[in-house]
Design a protein around this ligand. Structure first.
Ligand code: SF4
Length: 189
């Protein structure tokens, strides 16, 4: 694999970088990690109405070693996070990550101890897509944003990559459950 960032700049290498980046941006192979309702919108994006093939990203790969664009669509729990990290580590470099929807980016409405409150706490994210759920057009715009990143430098900017952290302990302290007084009749008041 050519690491275009290691090449010195001259007429030949800058043109080579353009060609390599053009090939990368035009053949992104997504690794879908769809856990909830956002996954349905992800599926719709691949259907004929929206036709993600126009951007060269229709070849969803379920083998991480053959994918370079992870799309996390849906909420991720603490138990799932090590699996997600494992899949991310198995993907080939250079690789990019889209966090699709409020749940993947922030935990969404699931402000609970078991739900990751934003996957970027544990893995790098290049593009965030807002919405609950985001429409397919919004996901396509996210893919175009990834293409722009690839066009600009071929790899995520230096310093942006975060080391993987291990998802083990929730930091959330749950509130105690309210206790309903029991009457003699056996029913709560
Ligand atoms: S952001 Fe909304 S649509 Fe997407 S997984 Fe969460 S609840 Fe479902």
């Amino acid at each position: 694999m050519i690491d275009t960032q290691q090449l010195p700049d001259n007429v030949l290498t800058t043109q080579l970088k353009k060609v390599v980046n053009w090939a990368r941006r035009s053949s992104l192979w997504p690794m879908p990690f769809a856990t909830a309702c956002c996954g349905i919108e992800l599926m719709a994006t691949g259907a004929s109405r929206y036709d993600i093939a126009r951007f060269g990203a229709e070849a969803m790969r379920f083998s991480p070693r053959q994918a370079d664009l992870m799309i996390v669509a849906g909420r991720v729990t603490i138990k799932m996070m090590p699996v997600l990290q494992h899949i991310y580590q198995q993907m080939t470099e250079p690789k990019w990550v889209i966090s699709m929807g409020a749940c993947a980016s922030t935990g969404g409405v699931f402000d609970a101890y078991a739900t990751i409150q934003g996957i970027d706490q544990f893995m790098p994210v290049d593009v965030y897509i807002p919405g609950c759920p985001p429409r397919p057009e919004t996901l396509l715009e996210g893919v175009m944003a990834i293409q722009k990143i690839v066009d600009e430098d071929g790899l995520p900017p230096a310093g942006k990559r975060r080391p993987l952290q291990i998802a083990i302990e929730p930091s959330y302290v749950p509130s105690p459950q309210p206790v309903v007084p029991i009457t003699l009749g056996g029913r709560g008041m």
